[in-house]
Design a protein around this ligand. Sequence first.
Ligand code: SAM
Ligand code: SF4
Ligand code: F3S
Length: 488
Amino acid sequence: MLETLTNKEHDEARQGEAYAPFVNEINPYKKHFYIESYGCAMNFADSEVVASILNNNGFGATKTAETADLIFINTCSIRDKAEQTVRKRLTEFRKLKKNNPGLLVGVLGCMAERLKAQFLEEEKLVDMVIGPDAYRTLPGLIEEAETGQKAVNVLLSRDETYADIAPIRLNSNGVTAFVSIMRGCNNMCSFCVVPFTRGRERSRDAESIINECKELFEQGYREVTLLGQNVDSYQWIPSHNPSSQSSTFPPPPGEIEGAVSFAMLMEKVALISPLLRVRFSTSHPKDITDDVLFTIAKYKNICNYIHLPVQSGSSRVLQLMNRTYSREWYIAKVNRIKEIIPDCGLSTDMITGFCTETEEDHQESLSLMRYCQYDLAYMYFYSERPGTLAARRFKDDIPEEVKKRRLQEMIDLHRIQSLHSMQRDVGKTFKVLIEGSSKKDENELQGRTDHNKVVIFPKGNLKKGDYVTVKIDRCTAGTLFGTPIKTA
Ligand code: SAM
Ligand code: SF4
Ligand code: F3S
């Protein structure tokens, strides 16, 4: 995940300036682009694909909006607040346009898909609107916009996975990288806009994923996070037309020669090198299989950590959310995880104040959190999204102050639980992958445990990309502090 602390808006307002090491003094580029990304890790991974497409077409990255000829903002629609953040940022870009009339502004990603050409009406100074499956057409759209026309392509695709595009790593620490393994989502959680903004689920060619991971390892990267909205339904069938892939058809992998399931894919990535850590996100509780759990247990370099969003602890609310499991079913799944991987870290996503949620439902969410003892939780209050099943079927009837009060209660509970989870680690030793200097002190390094917990420790002769065994001396609710014992 992108964050380590509780209740950060991990899939919104994650600002990242485009910075690629290929900008050089000679400046061979016809124009320079700047990308800012918001939303989930998949959006950040997409910005790296966009950077690659632009770079291959003669555009160079720049670090600041002020020095750019083209500004792209890769947007998120998951909650209203995420969209407001983008609109605010667009008003700032508007000011830049006054001083630089040739500047072109393009909106990418989920908000582009949701609002389509309507965006051009609402935000007059936007020149290009490009949906998540249309990035290959960017060079042509830029040319169109350069003639003074507005350029739009929001066509969703049934088979686009950008499998052949080598992403250019933006803002990279050179140690950890995201690798998209699929796009879209076939689930229809009633609160969620993603199926509408990202389209049908499709899996990426397994070989291209393995090759990307191998190249990353050869470049010195030591951790890959395999990304998808529902990674457990990954399924690659060679020479099968990807447009007809879905979670239920064709038949389960294993029955078709050469078919690759998520468990098989993870295994192939894990086998690249024992020094390459493998993470994945996100798992839908209904799809995570014993095969996946046994594969995690089998390989030391597949992290013992599962992000398993539950959304609510009330079976009644879960049904309205169309999550397709009950509270009891989810608990059984958590028990199964602990049975197969006894030392498994667990995190979740929670929504408070969904349509009709009562105080009893809310208490059930809290009690489920107490039962599961999540190491990490991302918590939100419900934000109605136009066009979703919930918006069409149910009234958004919980007053905002109630939604927020329930959210605060949940955050308070989780803060105590996450502190306990950190305290349980004090005195223990962990293998930590070093990601770089600590943000607060150059003489300290920062890394992560298998369980995705941030550890800070003195630098000594250690460097990023190394594994080190660290003994934990103390903690806060978000960070472990320790002493390196030996290089692992
Ligand atoms: N695919 C993942 C899953 O099924 O859990 C996560 C998808 S979404 C990008 C991340 C989280 O945002 C969700 O798990 C949910 O908790 C939250 N979310 C989605 N729609 C929301 C809404 N309308 N209001 C509040 N939170 C929402
Ligand atoms: Fe949204 Fe549900 Fe798909 Fe996750 S699984 S992206 S919450 S529809
Ligand atoms: Fe947001 Fe789109 Fe991701 S809505 S959370 S950027 S898939």
